[in-house]
Ligand binder design. Sequence first.
Ligand code: PGA
Length: 262
Amino acid sequence: MKKIYLYGNWKMNLNRGETESFFGDFARELASSQALVAAMGKTLEVAVFPPFTSLAAAGGAIGKMKGATPILGAQNAYFEPKGAFTGEVSLPMLKDAGCTHVILGHSERRAVFGEGDELIAKKLRAALNAGFIPVFCYGETLEEREADKTFDVVSRQLRAALAGLSALETEKIVYAYEPVWAIGTGKSATSAEAQEVCALSKKLVQEQTGRSASLVVLYGGSVKPDNARELLSMDAIDGALVGGASLKADSFLQIYKAYAGI
Ligand code: PGA
């Protein structure tokens, strides 16, 4: 069985108390499922991305867990290390809060907060320089897909993000293909649609680096227990970036169980 990456993007959800109860359930679910615990050691990598104000609660709960523990990540960061940037949070601050991963380029950052390719590329570089694993999100809107522009958009977003990075840096990134029309809509891409763009992403990155190193590409957009098996069985898809279904420990872990048949 291939290694599966199961990453939960909580977005602007779960305060401190809710985070503590999430981890209570999460730890119980793990303890009650020996098969899952055994499988985690070998084939599952779980990460959670709480809002900034819940990072400390999440880090505290993870610190108390035994056995395989989830990775802690943040949903965004600014590229400068400190200074007069009201409302922003820096990568050194996130490291101090226990984060090793950071989501960058999410479509909600692009669409709601106006982040463009150039700013996202700066953040990506800063995250790599600070020793983070960036989870780089990209994907087309419905209009772009309907106009047959999916490959163009995805290529542009990937090229802009990777310009100037070394092959090694490029290979450290976790890529997350998230078609905008599938996010939070309940309408996932079909496994064939997701597979096609994830495979294209790997090819584009490999062309850019001139190397054939293996890359991690996740699919995100309405992943749920009932569509997980089909999506995660596709060979170009290494895992899922999950929004809504990651807010409850049981539906989140159920995604892996559905895939693994446990
Ligand atoms: P969703 O969100 O699973 O709720 O569609 C995915 C994401 O935005 O990462």
